[in-house]
Ligand binder design. Structure first.
Ligand SMILES: [Mg+2]
Length: 219
C-alpha cells in the first residue's frame, strides 16, 4: 500500500489500540498481535489522532469521563448495598476509550487505563461483581487485549470479542448478543458502560452509562 500514510513510521503502532483502529476500518483480518501492523489504515488512524488532537484535550476528556462515570459508581454502590440481583452480579465495559485511554495513547502498549473506569471496575471486583469486557476488537488479539487490561489493573472475568464471522455483523448486534449470552449464563448485568451508542443499545443491562465520544471522534 504505497500511500502517504504508509510511509509514516509505524513500527510503534502494533498495539491493541492500533489493531482496534484497523478493525474499525474493516481491516481486522490483516492485523496480527505479534507482528508490526503494516496497513495504511492503521497509519491513517494514527495520523487522524494527531490531527484531531486539538479537538479534545486529555484533561477535558478525563473530566467528562469522570462526570459520566460518577453516576455509574453511585448506582453500583447502591445495588451492591441492596444486594438484590436477578443473577450473579456483573458489569460490562467497552474497552477502547472506555476502559482504556486508547485515543490519547495511539502508540502506547499497554494502553493506560481510564482512571474513573478502572476505579469502577476495581470497586466491582472488590465487591464480588464480575467484570466483563465486550469489544469490537477482533478475537485475533485477545491475548493482547487481556494482557493490556490486566497489566493496568483490571480483573478480566470475561472478554467478548469478534471472530471473523462476527466482524461482518454490526457492532451493536454483536455487543447486544454478548450481553444476552452473559445473562443467559446466569449473570445480572447491573451496569453497561461504553462511549459509543452501539455499546449501550439493545438491552440486557439494568442501566447504561454513556461516556463521551465527541460525535464519533473517539471510537
Ligand atoms: Mg469505545
Amino acid at each position: 500500500m504505497a500511500t502517504n500514510a504508509a510511509r509514516r513510521p509505524i513500527a510503534a503502532v502494533a498495539t491493541a489500540a492500533a489493531c482496534a483502529a484497523a478493525l474499525s476500518l474493516g481491516l481486522a483480518g490483516q492485523a496480527a498481535a505479534s507482528a508490526p501492523v503494516r496497513s495504511a489504515a492503521v497509519a491513517s488512524a494514527s495520523a487522524g489522532a494527531a490531527t484531531s488532537a486539538g479537538t479534545v484535550s486529555y484533561a477535558t476528556w478525563l473530566a467528562d469521563v469522570s462526570t459520566a462515570t460518577a453516576p455509574a459508581q453511585a448506582y453500583l454502590q447502591q445495588r451492591v448495598a441492596a444486594a438484590s440481583f436477578s443473577g450473579k452480579p456483573a458489569i460490562v465495559l467497552d474497552i477502547d476509550n472506555t476502559s482504556l485511554a486508547s485515543y490519547f495513547n495511539p502508540s502506547s502498549y499497554p494502553v493506560p487505563a481510564t482512571p474513573p473506569v478502572l476505579a469502577l471496575a476495581q470497586y466491582a471486583t472488590a465487591h464480588g461483581v464480575k467484570v466483563f469486557f465486550v469489544t469490537g476488537r477482533p478475537d485475533l488479539i485477545d491475548l493482547v487485549s487481556k494482557y493490556n487490561l490486566t497489566s493496568v489493573g483490571y480483573t478480566v472475568d470475561g472478554l467478548y470479542s469478534r471472530n471473523p464471522l462476527q466482524l461482518l455483523e454490526s457492532l451493536q448486534s454483536f455487543k447486544t448478543a454478548a450481553r444476552k449470552q452473559i445473562e443467559a449464563d446466569g449473570y445480572d448485568v447491573v451496569a453497561n458502560v461504553g462511549n459509543s451508542a452501539s455499546d449501550l443499545a439493545g438491552g440486557y443491562a439494568d442501566a447504561t452509562f454513556k461516556l463521551p465520544d465527541y460525535d464519533g471522534l473517539l471510537d
